[in-house]
Design a protein. Structure first.
Length: 277
């Protein structure tokens, strides 16, 4: 049975791969873009009845509310929201400008939160739906040189875990997608890099520069395969809360969570020592 999806950021990366597969499957996609491009125009020509494109800057709250309102008014029912818009920001915390910090928070964190909040009343009234948040294994594992990116991903995962519990009684599922490195524009084109300071050269903080250079090897993740796995989660009941994509991403996540668990288990006596007897 065909579904209607709203996907933010369809002009490249996962958003584009998801849109192409869903349209080929006969589904309807309401896709948002910040800037028009030829690939999206070509898709519109090929799928005039099932691709509905809207302009959206997810840092603009009024635009978020208007796009969501117009989408439900036009399509009546939307089965799935995929919060995909976002970007990477690299550099030591000290190297980032105030504008760098504010923009990534507004895009990756606040923008995603407000999209979900705007969607909830409509999904609750229609009695079903699925919210898919594109995060990263960087929502569980942190590396130097990525502090603000991790802040947005750790933040949106906490938000989604709470919202998943709030929405369960209304037959609305929430899934957090945690991809590893993929061959998308995230690394090779759209990544934002701070004004780097020589003090951090030859330290682990600037190791990300190797990752951003395709000459040092491409990321292992296949965006098309990842998009297929994301789409498949919609038919899983109950909705999986966390889905990790990529063998390295899963390995690193398990290692970090295991270390974190051991860390907390070692604090049993100390934690109890602060209780009122």
């Amino acid at each position: 049975m065909s579904k209607t999806w709203l996907i933010t950021g369809i002009s490249s990366g996962f958003g584009k791969a998801l849109t192409e597969q869903l349209l080929a499957n006969g589904d309807t996609v309401i896709g948002t873009v910040r800037k028009d491009n030829k690939d999206i125009r070509d898709l519109q020509e090929n799928f005039p009845d099932t691709l509905d494109v809207s302009h959206l800057d997810v840092t603009n709250l009024d635009e978020i509310h208007q796009v969501v309102k117009d989408a439900f008014s036009k399509h009546k029912q939307i089965d799935v929201l995929i919060n995909n818009a976002g970007y990477g920001l690299f550099g030591a915390a000290e190297e980032l400008s105030d504008d760098d910090v504010n923009l990534i928070l507004a895009t990756n964190l606040t923008g995603s939160i407000q999209m979900i909040r705007s969607f909830i009343p409509y999904l609750r009234k229609q009695g079903h739906g699925r919210i898919i948040q594109i995060s990263s294994y960087g929502g569980q594992v942190a590396y130097p040189g990525n502090s603000m990116y991790h802040a947005t991903k750790f933040g949106i995962e906490g938000f989604c875990e709470a919202v998943a519990q709030e929405l369960k009684p209304f037959n609305i599922g929430v899934t957090i997608i945690e991809p590893g490195g993929a061959r998308t524009e995230f690394r090779y084109g759209s990544a934002h890099v701070a004004n780097l300071m020589p003090e951090y050269d030859q330290t682990p903080t600037h190791d990300f520069l190797k990752m951003l250079d395709p000459a040092n090897g491409l990321a292992p993740g296949d965006p098309s395969k990842m998009a297929s796995r994301i789409i498949e989660t919609v038919d899983q009941t109950p909705a999986p809360l966390h889905v990790v994509l990529g063998s390295k991403a899963l390995r690193e996540t398990i290692l970090r969570l295991t270390d974190r668990l051991h860390e907390y288990q070692s604090e049993t006596d100390m934690a109890a020592s602060t209780d009122i007897e």
